[in-house]
Design a protein around this ligand. Structure first.
Ligand code: UD1
Ligand code: CA
Length: 502
């Protein structure tokens, strides 16, 4: 099994606090949803940032919220209930946001990680390296940087002749020469709480945007004669922000490529990485095969040597070893080892398929416990059902679970054989080893070993076609068959009125 973000070893350094700046509007997303809540790879942008910082085991995690604060708070309560949301009433800049955060934890001392909320590709290893370097060099502030092809719009890292970091200059405030610098500010910093506080108390809004920039903290600390450093990210992708939906799609693709690369290196076959999408929260076992058009989401896990796809979406679904899931959609299901699902199956929450079971073509299951080796091969709705082991469900079966008011349960025993085109009108129980006849509507319990027949008796109205459809191809065919067999031309059988129908 492999995880997209393994906790790095050896032990990560710790920080006193993590501060996530997430109050900005995200105007260019043009969205009713706050920017940091947009999902990619199975987590919100904010969720990725929190995950990247998680190895630091911070004493407190502060998230600065502003635009869309209710939604961000609700989301935090779900994904990081231990985090402390702090409201920045007015978005006066990243420096103001950091000051608001630190004001909420006045007793804090020691190293603090400050990170923009829109850095979804940030990796744990990168954050750990930044903090390690910061502590090793005994800096007051260390900034994560990257060398990029196109630095447009980003803060530039200004270094001395001897290479030491002197300042961060925003693009709009930069000189022509500074704009030519390709080393940029990632928006990820680790600083000593006291030093950062002191500098934040001195920043001003004397810049093109009239905002309080966190980036000015660096220059102020340099002026104080404090030690300041820069750590260049090994992979410039790590630091890419996300400001509009074009960038969101690009970040999503990069994240997916990383997940698939890691899966492939751990022994998973991904037939077509371009059409296979796997969330960072998913695990896939060795020698599993992911066919084109496979989407694995949420808490999905795929066992060793399982085969998934093509064209399959699994959400929060567990697939056992050696199982096969072909052209299927599954949500909240458990597929046991060696199970066969599809093609064209829909597994809904509460589906639990025992080892070696089969759910075939055009079958929908919901809250259905299917025992080992049992089969539902064709064209069926299987809702609110418990099926024993070794049982076969006939084609075109409906478990009639809903009376318009409440849902009811059906129980089928072990080694039962139910006929094709059955309706099981719940609540109803079919005993172990029982049979039901094709076309039956089962409304009462079937004892173990019994054969239930619940359908109208057939009767044949002889000669009906010749009388009612004379001269038709059907009548001619019937006549030919009768002549060949030398059969007598009976007028009628039984007291039926069916020949007067239609
Ligand atoms: C910022 C950096 C820039 C860096 C870039 C990396 C500043 C001044 N500039 O620019 O050097 O290259 O990130 O992506 O910091 N925020 C608040 N409250 C505010 C304003 C911003 O919480 O009042 C948050 C935003 O939600 C965002 C972060 O701070 O997560 C950065 O702010 P943003 O305005 O996006 O700065 P950038 O222009 O991206
Ligand atoms: Ca930004």
């Amino acid at each position: 099994m492999t995880h997209a973000q393994p906790v790095p070893t050896p032990a990560a350094p710790t920080v006193a606090a993590v501060v996530v700046l997430a109050a900005g509007q995200g105007t260019r997303m043009r969205s009713a949803t706050p920017k940091v809540l947009h999902p990619l790879g199975g987590r919100s942008m904010l969720g990725h940032v929190l995950a990247a910082a998680s190895p630091l085991a911070a004493g407190v995690t502060v998230v600065v919220v502003g635009a869309g604060r209710e939604a961000v708070r609700d989301h935090l309560a779900q994904v990081a209930p231990e985090a402390l949301p702090v409201v920045q009433e007015e978005q006066r800049g990243s420096g103001h946001a950091a000051a608001v955060a630190l004001a909420a934890v006045p007793d804090l001392t020691g190293p603090v990680l400050l990170v923009n909320g829109d850095a979804p590709l940030l990796r744990q290893s990168t954050v750990v390296r930044l903090v390690d370097e910061h502590l090793r060099q005994g800096n007051a502030l260390t900034v994560l940087t990257a060398e990029v092809e196109d630095p447009t719009g980003l803060g530039r890292i200004v270094r001395d002749a001897d290479g030491s970091v002197r300042a961060i200059v925003e693009q709009r405030d930069a000189t022509e020469e500074q704009r030519a610098i390709r080393e940029i500010n990632a928006g990820v910093y680790v600083g000593d709480a006291a030093a950062v506080r002191s500098a934040l108390g001195r920043i001003d809004a004397d810049n093109d945007q009239g905002e309080l920039y966190f980036t000015d903290v660096l220059g102020l600390l340099v002026g104080d004669g404090a030690r300041v450093g820069g750590v260049i990210a090994e992979d410039p992708d790590d630091v890419l922000g996300c400001n509009d939906r074009v960038e969101l799609a690009a970040r999503r693709r990069t994240l997916n490529d990383r997940v698939l690369d890691e899966l492939m290196r751990s022994g998973v076959t991904v037939v077509d990485p371009l059409t296979t999408w796997v969330d960072v929260t998913v695990t896939v076992g060795r020698d599993a095969v992911l066919e084109p058009g496979t989407h694995l989401q949420g808490m999905t896990s795929v066992g060793d040597a399982a085969h998934v796809g093509p064209d399959t979406t699994l959400v929060d679904t567990e697939v056992g070893e050696g199982a096969s899931v072909v052209r299927a959609h599954a949500v909240g299901a458990r597929v046991g080892p060696q199970v066969s699902v599809g093609p064209f199956a829909y597994l809904r929450p509460g589906t639990d398929l025992g080892a070696g079971a089969k759910v075939g073509t055009f079958v929908e299951t919901k809250n259905a416990q299917v025992g080992e080796g049992s089969k539902i091969p064709h064209l069926s709705y299987v809702g609110d059902v418990t099926i024993g082991r070794g049982t076969n469900i006939g084609a075109a079966t409906v478990f009639v679970n809903y009376d318009g008011v409440a849902k009811h349960h059906t129980t089928i025993g072990d080694h039962a054989r139910t006929g094709a085109d059955n309706m099981f009108v719940a609540p109803v129980t079919v005993g172990d080893g029982a049979y039901t006849a094709a076309g039956s509507v089962i409304t009462s319990d079937v004892p173990p070993g019994a054969m239930a027949v619940a359908r109208a008796q057939q009767r044949n109205v002889a000669g009906w076609v010749r009388r009612r459809r004379p001269g038709s191809p059907a009548a001619q065919a019937a006549e030919a068959a009768e002549n060949q067999a030398g059969a007598p031309r009976e007028e009628s059988s039984g007291p039926s009125r069916a020949d007067h129908d239609s």
